[in-house]
Ligand binder design. Structure first.
Ligand SMILES: Nc1ncnc2c1ncn2[C@@H]1O[C@H](COP(=O)(O)OP(=O)(O)OP(=O)(O)O)[C@@H](O)[C@H]1O
Ligand SMILES: [Mg+2]
Length: 339
């Protein structure tokens, strides 16, 4: 859908919003949501089933979840593109329904909705967007040049955006989201690095970190656990419209014991007997991963307990828990509770 949000802000408006918020609600969260629900259609299941969020100023918060979890729907509600059926949300101190235009002035939105004109060059797109936000010709040229440089698009600046690769296009989208307000107070990034090669992803991470360091509050959605681990101060795992877990990457990893003991089993029977305790399953290799704190005492106890006869475990290895482990443990309906 074409949306005017990321084109309609002026820097002044964004600064005004900052001043108001700082003066009145200095310690408040920049993004807060309580009990958001949303269904589509009449008999439809709930796409959001009571989402609560609090994101502190200047932090990077990641909504991490599989396809259809409700990430984009949450972002769209917070960015005022759609309304929740129930619940409330405030962004930069403003209610997303009652103060919609103030919210829009405080945010930059980049994601699945970003629209650039494919027939125009990257430079023309950015200049036009800057002009739309009220910049004069010289400022528009300067801002476009700065953003092209920052996103490593200078060499491609004179080519039509339609000829850009997926990664270049993604960077242009993000630049377009920043052209109206180079220092937005709140930045929503919906799967900003999907489809990017590792180098482009790194570059984008750097930009996000830089924006957060300068005080922006960033809410980003991702399906990449690694991305959330690298970038986010806090992570919410979202699954089937609910927050399954929330915390720092370390908090979340500690929920599965901090480490994982992988057991390569000698038989299918042993595999099936122990599968219920595992957070990681690899039936092809008859390997199961079981949460542990990694201490010798616990590992020894686990080995004794899972294989009292000494015949069922062929080999074992110890790994640091990854967000993958947490994610699988907390979101998959098959994966049972553990330790
Ligand atoms: N306009 C709509 N009409 C009907 N159903 C919708 C609409 N928008 C989203 N949905 C449904 O709501 C659910 C959540 O969608 P949403 O886009 O929020 O998920 P997501 O977490 O962003 O997924 P993805 O990782 O695929 O982007 C999905 O089942 C989707 O099909
Ligand atoms: Mg989505």
């Amino acid at each position: 859908m074409t949306d005017p949000i990321h084109r309609g802000r002026s820097t002044t408006a964004a600064i005004d919003a900052t001043t108001t918020v700082d003066a009145t609600t200095a310690t408040a969260a920049t993004i807060e949501a309580y009990g958001l629900t949303k269904s589509y259609g009449k008999s439809a299941v709930r796409v959001l089933d009571g989402i609560d969020l609090r994101v502190g100023p200047g932090s990077v918060f990641s909504l991490l979840g599989p396809n259809g979890a409700g990430k984009t729907t949450t972002v769209r509600i917070l960015a005022t593109l759609t309304e929740a059926d129930s619940g409330t949300a405030r962004v930069a101190g403003y209610d997303v329904v009652a103060d919609r235009s103030a919210v829009r002035r405080s945010i930059s939105l980049t994601g699945q909705f970003a629209a650039v004109d494919e027939t125009q060059t990257g430079e023309e797109n950015l200049r036009m967007m800057a002009r739309l936000t009220g910049a004069n010709r010289a400022d528009a040229r300067r801002r476009a040049a700065e953003l092209l440089e920052r996103f490593d698009l200078t060499a491609a600046a004179r080519r039509p955006a339609g000829t850009y690769s997926g990664g270049m296009r993604r960077r242009l989208d993000l630049a377009a989201g920043l052209v109206g307000s180079p220092e937005p107070r709140v930045l929503f990034l919906d799967e900003p690095t999907t489809g990017l090669d590792p180098r482009s992803r790194q570059q984008l991470w750097e930009v996000v970190r830089e924006l957060a360091e300068r005080g922006a509050t960033v809410l980003l959605t991702t399906q990449y656990l690694e991305e959330a681990d690298h970038l986010a101060d806090r992570i919410a795992l979202i699954d089937k419209g609910r927050i399954a877990a929330e915390g720092t990457a370390a908090d979340l990893k500690s929920r599965v014991g901090g480490h994982r003991l992988d057991l390569a089993l000698t038989s299918r029977e042993a595999y099936l007997r122990l599968a219920g305790r595992a957070v990681h399953h690899s039936p092809e290799t008859l390997t199961l991963g079981i949460p542990t704190d990694g201490s010798a005492a616990h590992v020894r106890a686990l080995l004794d307990e899972t294989d009292p006869t000494g015949r069922d475990i062929d080999r074992f290895s110890l790994h640091s828990a990854t967000l993958d482990d947490v994610f699988l443990a907390l979101t998959s309906s098959e994966a049972p509770a553990h330790v």
